[in-house]
Unconditional design. Structure first.
Length: 381
């Protein structure tokens, strides 16, 4: 029997809905979570629009942890799994609990070790009394892909039989200031690959997955949602914040993932683009896609126009969208994309696309030149 690594449970806390069903239905309806926030205006921020999770109660300094725990509970419920004691936890985040560091900057006595990325991963392990490996991945906006990739490797090696993996990121005013000062924020909305794009919109959220070997999942009667084939990594080593203009880093990540998976580029049906909405990043990603898919472009879609850029949770939230899309053979529209940029020469979905999806790629890029491409596959016969 095929012993691929599969996702059997998905949990989501997002600005467009809590729970995968709510997020998915809102995506398919073309909705966006973009809002003006009075508290940002009152605090004097230049950009006052964001995508934030509404009606979610949590202590401000533990918001990321509470979102991760909620998403974990959802994933376990969908998977219908009794977690073995040696279950591993792999969690990605950029800053961990950003609010704690904001309070420290104002003079509060804060122990950073209680609020970093590892603290969130440790909270998940503690909540379920797990004794397996606990790993924190703070690789900025690629962290979610990294976490799931590390979980996949641990399962392939036989270190563990079940993994909890994903990303969590509470809304960060530190990031809001940094991106605003670097002029990376959109003047109105995030518009991935669009001719009128002007930048990114900050988001937040969490997405957590249950991963296990296909044999084990089938044996216990679980429903595999998607296969996780391979993680391709690269680093541009070009600039602290900008990708190499020709997209060579992301191109290498995609090619590495496909090579590891033993999959031809012509078998790829869908790419969920990083699509941050910035001029430089989107142009570089488009060039990367053109350099890889020379004989035919897969369907392209992006999610950040609908849910914002959740930093370390971004690629995890988008992986949840990919897994749901593969399971339902459906690709959502790309919120914010309306006019093709002739300089890019690539279009994204503008409506729901229903098609056979055998293979999909979830792309992520980050400051420091990091690139992570995760190759996923269908479990449908």
């Amino acid at each position: 029997m095929n012993n691929s690594i599969v996702i059997t449970g998905i949990g989501v806390v997002s600005p467009l809905g809590i729970g995968m069903d709510m997020l998915w239905n809102n995506l398919l309806a073309g909705k966006t979570s973009l809002k003006h926030f009075a508290d940002l205006e009152a605090a004097g921020y230049r950009n006052t629009h964001a995508c934030r999770v509404q009606d979610f109660e949590a202590p401000p300094v533990h918001r990321g942890t509470y979102m991760a725990l909620d998403a974990t509970k959802q994933a376990i419920a969908q998977s219908r799994i009794q977690l073995p004691e040696n279950t591993g936890v792999f969690l990605g985040s950029t800053l961990g609990e950003s609010m704690a560091y904001e309070m420290a900057a104002e003079g509060a006595a804060i122990d950073p070790g209680q609020y970093n990325t590892f603290s969130i991963a440790k909270a998940i392990a503690g909540a379920y009394r797990l004794t397996g490996p606990v790993q924190a991945l703070s690789t900025a906006c690629t962290a979610g892909n990294y976490a799931v990739g590390m979980a996949m490797h641990a399962l392939q090696r036989g270190d563990i039989s079940v993994a909890i993996a994903g990303g969590a990121e509470p809304f960060s005013r530190i990031a809001m200031v940094g991106f605003s000062r670097s002029r990376a924020m959109a003047s109105d909305a995030c518009k991935p690959f669009d001719a009128q794009r002007s930048g990114m919109i900050l988001g937040e959220g969490a997405a957590i997955f249950i991963l296990e070997r296909m044999n084990d999942a089938v044996q216990r009667g679980a429903t595999p949602l998607a296969k996780v084939y391979a993680l391709g990594l690269s680093c541009d080593a070009y600039h602290p914040t900008s990708p190499h203009p020709d997209g060579r880093g992301l191109s290498r990540a995609m090619m590495a993932a496909l090579q590891q998976a033993g999959i031809s580029k012509d078998e790829v049906d869908w790419v969920n683009i990083h699509g941050s909405g910035t001029k430089v990043s989107d142009t570089a990603e488009a060039l990367a896609l053109k350099s890889v898919f020379t004989t035919g472009m897969p369907v392209l879609s992006g999610s950040k126009g609908a849910i914002g850029h959740a930093l370390g949770a971004a690629s995890a939230l988008e992986l949840a969208i990919c897994a749901q899309g593969i399971a339902t053979q459906t690709i959502p529209p790309t919120a914010g994309f309306t006019v093709q940029d002739t300089a890019i020469g690539l279009g994204c979905t503008t409506a729901v696309v229903q098609k056979k999806i055998r293979i999909a790629i979830n792309n992520a890029s980050a400051f420091g030149g990091l690139n992570a491409s995760l190759v996923l596959g269908s479990c449908l016969s």
